[in-house]
Design a protein around this ligand. Structure first.
Ligand SMILES: Cc1cc2nc3c(=O)[nH]c(=O)nc-3n(C[C@H](O)[C@H](O)[C@H](O)COP(=O)(O)OP(=O)(O)OC[C@H]3O[C@@H](n4cnc5c(N)ncnc54)[C@H](O)[C@@H]3O)c2cc1C
Length: 487
């Protein structure tokens, strides 16, 4: 029996992102993944929104994804396109890259960081005591860890075994999604019918046809078959185009739920295990990644003893409202996709509103994940928001703000008088203290230009914990609150 500091159930995007974060913080972590190998059956999510790309950029690995994907304007609210090309970010676009490729690239990053992934390992339960968690695997094996994080998807065994409630809304609509071959090549694109939205697309030259169809009747249970797919296609298109040789058929619904608690003792939840919703707006993947980067450094500091256990409470306090907000907007989008004349009229009215600058920027910032503001107190509009990836200057030249976050370590960036933040010196082992210059605007997505700060304290997740306006008022408290006592 082996013991680790952290075991992660589930090696999807959330589990891998979290494993990377913990490994960067020097934590002994392993992933237990039910799948027999790294490969993901089916393509699933179509890519990353802007903040998702920024998260990867914060760790210095965005290029690996950008090299394989296709940048595109793809932020949409209820199928209304929202152009973000004028947004103040290094990545004012979404990246088209199928989830199976995203996961492959993430898996190689995690392996480089030395995280072992045990494939074919299904978590079936656990028992926790004061010092740790005994994780039960199928086949009767057990493993021990200080903490267990359930990143095991919407049907999370960890959530169920922890007895955590999953309140929400039952499904009203189901879709089939599949990758197949056809005898007759169809016309590609999106079709709106009385049933709802359907689409047909080739995934690339020589790649399978990706089919998405709304089912006539809500079906929430059971594995879908080729016959189910054929029947649903005939209803929508009048033909199934001679579908055959499926490599993937799956069903999803608009069931919407959120875990009442993200933590039960030494067991935590992140990603789809903590929140599920319809894929409208493409929010799931980046919400899971945001959970992971929020939790990773906090869990590491608690394990290392640099912060009290109460730091973990801030994970729920910050991420639960963020996912609840995403869920509300996903439900609104799902409602607006209903094929009913009055709802189509409503969608038209909202689309008109979205052509105006302010509504477009507001909703585009929401969908692209760039507008998240955690309630951390503080007056300045930057507090709780993501740090922009500015070009900062030092005597030796220019460097990007995000390069300070590659190792997932916090940074205090002093843009004012050198030495004016000496109060932070006792934290220098844990927090990077950087004197730099920046003369440009501070422009925040969905907010606009804000007063230039004299200093910013940036957490490892890229969110600003404290803003200085020329004095060090509140800095020591903020350093203590987020990074433990000075020593
Ligand atoms: C059709 C479709 C399209 C989508 N499109 C988008 C999109 O465009 N953009 C977007 O952001 N999101 C999209 N999503 C949502 C996105 O796919 C999910 O939100 C995302 O995969 C969540 O990641 P996760 O790691 O939390 O969970 P998952 O990806 O579900 O990963 C969970 C992992 O845990 C493993 N596991 C499960 N149970 C156990 C167990 N007991 N023991 C060990 N391992 C276990 C699973 O094998 C899996 O690898 C889409 C989803 C669907 C279905």
């Amino acid at each position: 029996m082996s013991a680790r500091e952290v075991l992660i159930a589930g090696g999807g995007p959330t589990g891998m992102m979290l494993a990377g974060e913990l490994a960067l913080a020097g934590i002994d972590v392993a992933i237990l993944e039910r799948r027999p190998g790294q490969e993901l059956a089916g393509s699933r999510a179509g890519g990353l929104h802007s903040r998702g790309i920024e998260l990867l950029d914060q760790r210095g690995i965005a290029e690996r994804f950008l090299d394989e994907g296709t940048p595109a304007q793809a932020a949409m609210f209820a199928s209304i396109m929202l152009d973000i090309s004028d947004f103040p970010t290094r990545h004012p676009y979404a990246l088209g890259l199928w989830q199976n490729h995203i996961e492959r690239i993430m898996a190689s990053w995690v392996a480089e960081l030395g995280v072992p992934t045990e494939y074919g390992s299904e978590v079936v339960g656990f028992a926790q005591d004061e010092d740790g968690v005994e994780v039960e695997l199928s086949g009767g094996r057990t493993m021990r860890a200080g903490y267990l994080v359930g990143c095991d998807g919407g049907r999370s065994i960890v959530r169920k075994a922890a007895g955590i409630d999953f309140p929400g809304w039952d499904p009203t609509v189901s879709n089939l999604i599949a990758e197949v071959e056809v005898e007759v090549e169809p016309e590609y694109g999106i079709t709106h019918t009385a049933l709802g939205i359907s689409s047909l697309n080739r995934m690339g030259d020589g790649e399978p046809l990706r089919v998405l169809v709304t089912e006539q009747e809500l079906t929430a249970e059971g594995e879908p078959t080729l016959a189910d797919l054929s029947e649903a296609m005939v209803r929508v298109y009048g033909t199934d185009y001679g579908i055959h040789s499926p490599t993937w058929i799956s069903r999803f619904t608009d069931m919407t739920r959120q875990a009442a608690s993200y933590r039960e003792g030494r067991v935590l939840l992140a990603g789809d295990s903590a929140h599920i919703h319809y894929p409208a707006g493409g929010q799931g993947l980046q919400n899971g990644m945001q959970d992971a980067v929020n939790l990773g450094w906090k869990l590491a500091q608690v394990i290392r003893g640099t912060s009290p256990e109460s730091l973990l409470d801030t994970y729920q306090a910050e991420r639960h409202p963020a996912a609840a907000r995403a869920i509300r907007h996903t439900m609104a989008q799902t409602a607006m996709q209903r094929p009913e004349a009055r709802i189509e009229a409503l969608r038209g009215a909202i689309a008109e509103a979205m052509e105006m600058e302010e509504p477009r920027k507001h909703f585009a910032a929401l969908i692209s994940g760039l507008d998240i503001q955690y309630d951390l107190g503080g007056e300045h509009p930057l507090v709780g928001r993501r740090m922009p990836d500015l070009d900062l200057t030092i005597a030796a030249g220019e460097f990007r703000a995000y390069s300070l976050l590659h190792e997932a370590r916090p940074a205090l960036i002093n843009l004012g008088d050198q030495g004016s933040l000496d109060i932070a010196r006792p934290w220098a082992k844990r927090v990077q203290l950087v004197d730099a210059g920046y003369d440009g605007p501070w422009d925040l997505p969905g907010v606009g230009e804000v007063d230039a700060p004299a200093a910013v304290l940036v957490r490892p997740d890229g969110h600003v914990a404290w803003v200085g306006t020329g004095e060090d008022t509140g800095l020591a408290d903020s350093l203590r609150r987020w990074f433990g006592e000075a020593h």
